[in-house]
Design a protein around this ligand. Structure first.
Ligand code: GDP
Length: 197
């Protein structure tokens, strides 16, 4: 599935400009700098071609990419810049809330968490929102190469415990490193099951 050509096809600042949902969709969310672009690049090996800038403070958009006619990959704007203006935060919340709670065709949200830093308040907010709207999500720990393996495992367990407090069905946390390539194949396999055949 990930060998299909990746093509950017839409960007939305407001929910009214979301493109029609024609393919199964996987969205990627997380704090700025969590390693989202690197992961998308590692998964598809084509991301560099279509990478758009999402510098803090600039207008943030949700970007939609097609992977052949199999899958739609969605890049949600990164959050958590301390110096982002209040209006930017509100706009982000509005847009992402609307997207995760009502998007038809959304099959899974990959919530990226930095292994070293763990979950932050905004991550909890997003999880609560996804729990409320019964959105199917998966936590992915990033940059696992920067932490000792024992600490990666500890972090995964800690997050699973936190999730268990919220919900009865917890998907196991996945651990990846875009730098070493660790875990990328497993994540690809898990996500490929969502694609249209
Ligand atoms: P984004 O803001 O979430 O898109 O994050 P980027 O993918 O741009 O990555 C932010 C920083 O973390 C960059 O300096 C990357 O080189 C670095 N980074 C991303 N993934 C990894 C990883 O798996 N391991 C290591 N060591 N660094 C990473």
């Amino acid at each position: 599935v990930f060998r299909n050509k990746l093509e950017f096809f839409a960007a939305a600042k407001v929910s009214s400009s979301f493109p029609p949902a024609e393919l199964p969709e996987i969205a990627f969310a997380g704090r700025s700098n969590v390693g989202k672009s690197s992961l998308l690049n590692a998964l598809t090996r084509q991301w560099g071609v279509v990478r758009t800038s999402d510098k803090p403070g600039l207008t943030q958009t949700i970007n939609f990419f097609k992977l052949g006619s199999k899958l739609c990959m969605v890049d949600l704007p990164g959050y958590g810049f301390a110096y982002a203006k209040e209006e930017v935060k509100d706009a982000w919340e509005e847009l992402v809330k609307e997207y995760v709670s009502s998007r038809v065709g959304l099959k899974r949200v990959c919530l990226l968490i930095d292994t070293k830093w763990g979950m932050k308040p905004r991550d909890h907010e997003l999880i609560n929102l996804m729990e409320r709207s019964q959105t199917n999500y998966q936590v992915v720990l990033t940059k696992s190469d920067l932490v000792f393996p024992i600490d990666v495992a500890r972090r995964a367990m800690q997050i699973e415990e936190t999730l268990k407090a919220n919900t009865s069905i917890v998907k196991p946390v996945m651990m990846i490193s875009s730098k070493s390539g660790g875990g990328i194949r497993s994540l690809r396999t898990a996500l490929a099951q969502i694609a249209r055949f």
